[in-house]
Design a protein around this ligand. Sequence first.
Ligand code: NDP
Ligand code: MG
Length: 379
Amino acid sequence: MKKIAILGSTGSIGTQTLQVIDENNCAKVQALSVYSNISLAEKQIRKYKPEIVAVMLEDKAKELKIKVADTSTKIVSGLEGICECATYNTVDTVVTAVVGVSGLIPTISAIESGKNIALANKETLVAGGEIVMPLAKKNGVKILPVDSEHSAIFQSCNGDSSKIKKILLTASGGPFLGRKKEEIYNMTPEDALKHPNWSMGAKVTIDSSTLMNKGLEVIEARHLFDVEPENIQVIIQPQSIIHSMVEYQDNSVIAQLSTPDMKLPISYALTYPERKYCGTSSVDFYTLGSITFAQPDTETFPCLKYAFDAIKVGGTMPSVMNGANEIAVAKFLNGEIKYGNIPEIIYKTMSEHKSISNPSLQDILDADIWARQKALEVI
Ligand code: NDP
Ligand code: MG
């Protein structure tokens, strides 16, 4: 049984990871981290009895410490506290389920202390893939994908991507599939948060609607499977039943199919190479009837194109794209900008950046800060 830390235990992936553990008892929870949701953190402490819990916000950490004074769980705070959870001595696997580039430093700390990573936090690989993957190799740690598409690719190639000719990365197309640029320019957060197939955190749901999520996943796939961007093809598959496919030299295609339920890839990352039932239902092909495919409309959803541009440039450009996107999405969710401004902000920010090749961690973090400031200026 794995001994795990869950970074972001109160979020969509974090809570589903705990549901998987309730269902199949595949891991023991040693450490948890949250940003500010201490009421849920308290419930998780009482149920799972972790040894250590980190709260990002200092004052919330103090409050939680008082609430759980009758337990033996140690409460720590800030980024340092999250890193303490990620490197905790009794932990062997870290589930990275925080949102945004805030996952980068804790993930690097975990890798440096020899922990395997069950990676949901795609922004970590988008911004820092050029240093994270070599670091994982150097430290002999596994990065097991939790993102459903990357889990599908991993399953379709049996963990060995060296013979893949092409990755066929599927996308639902999001709530605005089939709509045109002018039609969606003024969409509200409420409209964009209505994902047809998946229930996820707000940031990734907005990213799914703009196809930036697919762009981030192209970059994530490029790093995880060492496949060139020109050999990654995005295919719209609106029913979200085929979670991705791989094509070999002989043009044979292998796909992974299942109902759209994140519990399956989470469970696979925790039980690999075994499989355990985790509470998901079977695909009912009679009811489903058909699975359809289409080409993405990058005129309406240019974020996907920007991600291909960013990964082709490489260096600090993907970090800049990601930082600009995080700002644009946060501003949109706050009602401060229009939906159509999201790609505009990303484009303008990327246009003003001169990428640094072979970046250090500091270069990547600096590029992220630069992009956030620039994105605010170009709004
Ligand atoms: P949520 O917004 O639902 O949860 C985020 C979690 O991270 C919460 O526990 C939150 O704590 C914590 N958190 C937020 N900001 C910070 C911060 N700055 N520092 C430390 N902790 C923080 O996100 P999701 O679960 O939807 O997504 C998590 C990651 O997984 C993302 O990278 C996403 O792209 C990826 N992913 C998600 C999928 C999904 O189905 N949800 C599918 C595939 C990938 P608090 O609750 O206290 O605010
Ligand atoms: Mg995904």
